[in-house]
Design a binder for this molecule. Sequence first.
Ligand code: 26W
Length: 795
Amino acid sequence: MPKDTITPPTAEALAQDVLAHLQTTLAKRQSSATDHDWRVALSLAIRDRVVTPWLDSLQRTSETGGKEVYYLSLEFLIGRLIEDVTINLGLEDVAREAMAQLGQDYTALAAQEPDAALGNGGLGRLAACFMDSLSTLGIPAHGYGIRYEHGLFEQHFQKGVQVETAEAWLAEQHVWEFERPEVAYRIGFGGHVDYDAEGRATWHPAQEVIAQAYDTPTVGWQAKWVNTLRLWSAKPVVHFDLAAFNRGDYIGASASEALARTLSRVLYPDDTTEQGRELRLKQEYFFVAASLRDLVRRHLKEGRALSTLPDYAAIQLNDTHPALAGPELIRLLVDEHGMEFETAVKTARACLGYTNHTLLPEALERWSEGLMKHVLPRHYAIICLLNMASLDETGTAILDHGEVRMGELAFVMAHKVNGVSALHTELVKETLFADLHKAYPDRIVNQTNGVTPRRWLHSANPALSALITETIGEGWVADLERLRELEPHIGTAAFDARFADAKRANKAKLSDWLRQVHGASVDPDAMFDIQIKRIHEYKRQLLNILETVALWNDIRDNPNGDWTPRVKIFGGKAAPGYVMAKSIIRLINDVGATINADPVTRDLLQVVYPENYNVSMAERLIPACDLSEQISTAGKEASGTGNMKLSLNGALTIGTLDGANVEIREHVGAENFFLFGLTAEEVRQRRTKPGHARSAIEASPRLKRVLGQIANGLFTGGEARYGDILGMLWDSDYFLVTADFDSYYATQREIDAAYRDQSDWTRKAALQTARMGWFSSDRTISGYAGNIWNAASLL
Ligand code: 26W
């Protein structure tokens, strides 16, 4: 039985543990210990205290026979763990004090841990927040994914151009994981399928690799419960190799080794366009096959019949990337355990749920039938049977134009399909899966995304967190809706002053960091206007930078006007092959260089774009934000989660009616949200008007002037550099930057005016924090547990 509370050690005791690890684990004396050694020793001393609650949780799960959640995700965008674990164990002060006693600075050491960047953006970060909430809620769960040797690339700017270098987080020992050499499965690829007289299939793969497990404990709030993140690493099948080698089959012998070397080597850095690469398909199958083998083994070990699997296992597919789980589970049940096909389909479906994260057509996975048949012949045969059944029952095809449509496959194999915000779910019903929705009207449900308050408020924003706890007690950390209790305090001089002080202190801290690390000098009293997310046309960083130029023009035309000083901060990476996104990055940097050098406007407008945005940078930027940019073309952003983090930390939002913005606005109140732009329905209509972009530009002298300046090389020393962007804007502008420009510009000027009334701004900012409690990922996970998984807390 997990204990209700853990007794924290004294600083002296923890310091002793650190020294013991320094000596016996790292074989270092204090005198020769590097910062790295100190961090590893401290992390291990902290990790030791996770083990007992972890083992207790595993034992309790097995004893109670409760249902377990298996969260299958190709991405877990975790960031650093030291702070997270320490805070959940309630050891922050003790760790700080212990390290001080040893002459070390806890904060500085913690900041050296490399980010675990095993994800691209929203989808991967959501998976990490979900792991945190599953543990906090005490729902038994395993996260399953790939232990990539290289996480998301590092971004550098060379003369404003994004260049990528390989990331190498595993170059140092990953202190939080436990290697499990004994948990290993053979995973096959290619080959052929034999059928016996009764029609029973046997798959003979041509190639095999080993999937080996590495476990990282994920600690819930106050360590009342600890779940497991199990990541698979590919290893060569050594014995198999040796046999082939002895037969003289040198190529065959090294094939497993070559495949194993590449399979778990690198995270695909594309978060939108599926390139249909064979290695990616193999990655997807690799981790799905290992994870299912693992959970079926656990089920059988408990002495349970496979027909009862749905009573014990809820398997959630994070987008279609793990959609092969349907066919693979059927294959296991039918070919390896002798279940009848129809029964196997029903059993698999009762276990599986599928979350859709995007409507963008270019992001919907499709694999050529040829490739599927070549890499996974047995699965291809199963998909053909599922396709026929689906055509029969719903008229919807899984196989289409020589391709396997993974969304349709995931849909037919799941008992529930969910969208990630109210608007997105409606669009999924009306557009993407309209026919399937008609056939199964109860299958699609909504689960609006959320974010973990432990990382995104308590840990990232200690100044605000302390104020909240002093005002309403500590209960909010695990029950975020209690932030509402702040409301009676908002508007009182004492509370408002302290709220403003916390924000001001966070901005000063960010300014220092920007100066030291990025050589940018910004005024903490200016409005910090932040857009942080992947660079994508639909997210419209372009709209933001064009408005920046227009504002600059207007300030220069009237330098003595009543302007509100602003710092425009951008953060985000572009997929390496996404040419237009990279062009937008370069434009932001070019515009920034020109504007920042202008003595006339320098005190009123700055552009800052620190390179290599990641989770740790988000933790610095979010608490310091005044204005959050959520300006995607309506209908395109499935939910957004950065929008929630920023608002929770007291930023006001300028946004379109897109994704979860709609629900954020409902919660914080329309009067506290700066809305602009076309609605999803208006966007659809506008696109059908021929020449809509050209006429929008002609109707906006302000925008036309900006585009002219870019065309004339004002930001590029006379060089014509942005023909691609300008041509796109004039001729097609699919994402309606031009149509929304004037509305965006006007709303920004309203915001300037609002910011000048600092006391009212502070009141509005505090109301964001007080009213954002619903957007906790604890609420989201409770929704999944109740409506999709039928899983319960064991706390
Ligand atoms: C096939 C390549 C690929 C890879 C990743 C296609 C699509 C993806 C993801 C679905 C992209 C993604 O991260 N989507 C984001 O998911 C977040 C969590 O639900 C949402 O908040 C974002 O709005 C959505 O863009």
